[in-house]
Write a protein that binds this ligand. Structure first.
Ligand code: NAD
Length: 472
């Protein structure tokens, strides 16, 4: 029997006359109907959330944290079903789908132990000032498709633990697992506190304009992020934007290649490069360039390549959707038409019988002003460039769209740290591929974001900080 999916409004399941179907990225088969939320659904969800907020905002942190443990239980108890849905809608292997599920559980548990506390900001003989944190109201979480559960869940749990109500809008490319998860969570929280609405840009745009929504937490592209910020100005909504990155990875002359080459391959090609902080440009010291390139090609061909019979390693997969497939294909075609040196991969047609597959592709020394270097590829094609002067590589790394993550590999920790501190990115990983950590604040500099999330500091974007001034 074909699975059914719903919008969840005030704990009720709602279908819709209008439905939309995702294309399975592995096979190009149409998946299941997903109800597109109507304007009435949207209005009802906002009204339900506003009503629920009155009492939900008065609950204690401890009460809310206990419910996050129950939300984690819901994900854990339904992990197999959620993983199988995720695999179909994203094209991921079970191993990578499980990462999405397990991280979702871990996020709930992390915030069940970590929250904001009141703080004495000043005290003298006459006055004591206590800062306390109050929720904003109704939060809309507008989400992308690359890790559907992790990236929506982090917004949900941060909103909930701080006492907000939350309406999730999954990406229209990956609506199913998130919708099922909200459906399965019914009964854990009071009706209206946690809801899901499905739709595309129209629904997202409506959320950014609605006066009943207090905050937008958005993850996606830079262009859409700018539109979200402009729209939110009209009602002075609080906004967090987690946007694209064009992460530089700097490999120093003394790097231990036995260790570093597998890390760089993973940084660039895990999940076929569809990671916001994937390594997207690799700068290798010229003294080791040839050796590094030869080893990286061997590693990538052994660990990430799609075999002729169509078998792909579990950490690699198709592009999630046709639109992204066309973007990455266009970048590879651009490299070919300009005669850049493609040292492995490069095929854009007939990689497998069906599906949005592209092979892991490495391009040696494309020009610095090429599309592949300047734009976020968000797919399995990686430029390998060379450097010799530290100031110069830092300048080349610090593009406006490269403010999200970066990585540095060196056996000399002082050198690695010196470079890391000069890179203009929200997170820099040293001697490891870029992998976000729940406890660490995560946000992009420059074009890569506005504010940030995760860690205890991330919770501050879900609250007003209010000061109580006591006369002594
Ligand atoms: P996208 O910007 O196309 O869409 C993101 C979401 O915004 C979707 O839910 C979409 O329906 C909605 N949307 C579209 N137009 C809208 C509008 N005008 N107003 C409001 N909402 C609108 O991004 P995507 O293709 O889904 O995601 C991929 C991008 O996300 C990549 O650039 C990637 O780097 C980035 N990303 C960033 C992070 C991070 O934490 N910084 C994490 C994952 C992905």
């Amino acid at each position: 029997m074909q699975p059914q999916f719903y919008n969840v409004i005030n704990d009720e399941l709602r279908g819709s006359k209008e439905t939309h179907r995702v294309i399975d990225p592995r096979t190009e088969e149409e998946l299941w109907p997903c109800p597109v939320a109507t304007t009435q659904d949207f209005e009802d969800a906002v009204a339900a959330a506003q009503k629920a907020f009155t009492s939900w905002s008065q609950t204690t942190v401890a009460e809310r944290q206990a419910l996050l443990v129950k939300l984690a239980d819901v994900i854990r108890d339904n992990a197999e079903e959620l993983a199988s849905i995720l695999m179909r809608e994203t094209g991921k292997s079970k191993i990578v789908a499980d990462i999405d599920i397990q991280a979702g559980i871990a996020q709930c548990l992390y915030y069940s132990q970590n929250a904001l506390e009141d703080e004495i900001q000043h005290e003298d003989a006459t006055t004591k000032v206590v800062a306390t944190h109050v929720p904003l109201g109704v939060v809309a979480a507008i989400c992308p498709w690359n890790f559907p559960l992790i990236l929506s869940n982090v917004k949900v749990v941060c909103a909930l633990v701080t006492g907000n109500c939350v309406i999730v809008k999954p990406s229209p490319f990956t609506p199913y697992a998130v919708s099922r998860w909200v459906e399965l969570s019914r009964g854990v929280l009071p009706p209206g506190v946690f809801q899901v609405l499905n739709g595309g840009a129209d629904l997202g745009a409506a959320m950014t304009l609605h006066p009943g929504i207090a905050k937008i937490s958005f993850t996606g592209t830079i262009g859409v992020g700018k539109r979200v910020l402009a729209a939110c100005a009209k009602t002075l909504k609080k906004v967090t934007l987690e946007l694209a990155g064009n992460d530089a990875c700097i490999v120093c002359a003394d790097a231990d290649l036995d260790k570093v080459v597998p890390c760089v391959a993973s940084g660039g090609f895990f999940n076929a490069g569809q990671v916001c902080v994937a390594s997207k440009r690799v700068y290798v010291h010229e003294s080791i360039y040839d050796e590094f390139l030869a080893r990286l090609v061997r590693e990538v061909e052994a660990q990430y390549a799609i075999r002729e019979d169509g078998f792909a390693p579990s950490v690699f997969g198709p592009l999630d959707n046709r639109a992204q497939f066309e973007v990455v294909k266009g970048i590879i075609e651009d490299c070919k038409s300009k005669g850049y040196n493609i040292v492995t991969g490069g095929k854009t047609e007939g990689v497998t019988g069906k599906g949005f597959w592209l092979p892991p592709t490495i391009v040696s020394k494309p020009p610095e002003d090429s599309r592949l270097v300047q734009e976020e590829q968000f797919g399995p094609v990686l430029p390998i460039l060379s450097w010799s002067d530290e100031d110069d590589v830092i300048r080349r790394s610090n593009l406006a769209n490269a403010g999200l993550g970066a990585s540095v590999y060196s056996s000399d920790l002082a050198q690695a740290e010196r470079i890391a501190r000069r890179l203009e990115a929200g997170g820099v990983w040293i001697n490891q591929p870029e992998r976000p950590n729940f406890a660490a604040y995560f946000g992009g500099m420059k074009d890569s974001g506005f504010g940030g999330e995760m860690g205890k500091q991330g919770l501050l974007s879900y609250v007003y900080t209010k000061c109580l001034h006591f006369a002594k």
